[in-house]
Design a protein around this ligand. Structure first.
Ligand SMILES: [Cu+2]
Length: 274
């Protein structure tokens, strides 16, 4: 039985450890691809998990202890103890200390995410019902990113996560993401980068990440936004500097904002003429 369990764990581990997307039967986080996410994983694995385990084991021990020690058959006369100052001080101080110990690394991670370093690339992500729109404000690029339906998926494209137009960013560069929405609340979330921010109509939220390896990374809208909430994935390709420059050149032609605006104006004028 034990051997079987170990086998199952090992058969799951390698694939889930190297995943940039969620995997069946996955336990724990996706593999980190930024310092921010590595800090989060460290905080979870080496601080929260041990504390949770210790508290759970301690409470279980106390429960079992009182069940045996104070069972009715051995305690015909009930104790009249109503308080004990030493114990009360201990059970107030120790949880306080645990919270303080947890707060230090927790705030460190929180503030490191909040303070945006000088950005090398800026992206604007706009949540729509139900797809994401992206803009590269410095590059005159704008495009929409729709999920690929099951029937149109190519080989090795993950279901519910693949999009038609992917976001491209260079590796080892600070990417600032400005996040907003056009209709209802959405949330732009990418687990491997440790990024999750609400997309609020009429307001811009900012976050950042610095991917430390290349690859295709998947995320999803993480705020219930209506019937197709589950069908507006986020795909980010982290590529080398040269590949990014090549993509920029193509994208500036394919997704040029000004020509798109012009087309929209023409459509608008035609509507007005009618
Ligand atoms: Cu959404």
């Amino acid at each position: 039985m034990f051997k079987k369990i170990v086998l199952i764990i090992f058969s799951i581990m390698p694939s889930s450890l190297l995943a940039n997307e969620p995997k069946d039967w996955q336990l724990g986080f996706q593999e980190s691809a930024s310092k921010s996410m590595s800090d989060i994983v460290w905080f979870h694995d080496y601080m929260l998990l041990p504390i949770i385990t210790a508290i759970t084991a301690f409470v279980l021990f106390l429960l079992l202890y009182v069940c045996v020690r104070f069972r009715a058959s051995k305690n015909q006369v009930a104790s009249t103890t109503s308080h004990n100052t030493v114990i009360e001080v201990i059970w107030t101080l120790i949880p306080c200390l645990i919270l303080i110990v947890m707060a230090v690394p927790s705030f460190k991670v929180l503030y490191s995410q909040d303070e945006i370093p000088k950005a090398d690339v800026t992206i604007k992500a706009v949540g729509y019902q139900w797809y994401w729109g992206y803009e590269y404000p410095d590059e005159n690029i704008i495009f929409d990113s729709y999920m690929i339906e099951d029937k149109d998926l190519k080989e090795n494209q993950p279901r519910l996560l693949t999009v038609d137009n992917e976001v491209y960013v260079p590796v080892n560069k600070v990417v600032k993401v400005m996040i907003t929405a056009n209709d209802v609340l959405h949330a732009w979330a990418l687990p491997s980068f440790g990024v999750k921010r609400d997309a609020v109509p009429g307001r811009i939220n900012e976050t950042w990440f610095k991917a430390d390896r290349t690859g295709t990374f998947y995320g999803q809208c993480s705020e219930l936004c209506g019937i197709k909430h589950a069908f507006m994935p986020i795909t980010v390709n982290v590529v080398t500097e040269d590949e990014y420059k090549k993509w920029l050149e193509e994208a500036k032609v394919k997704f040029a904002k000004e020509t798109i605006d012009k087309k929209m104006r023409i459509v608008k004028n035609m509507r007005e003429l009618k």
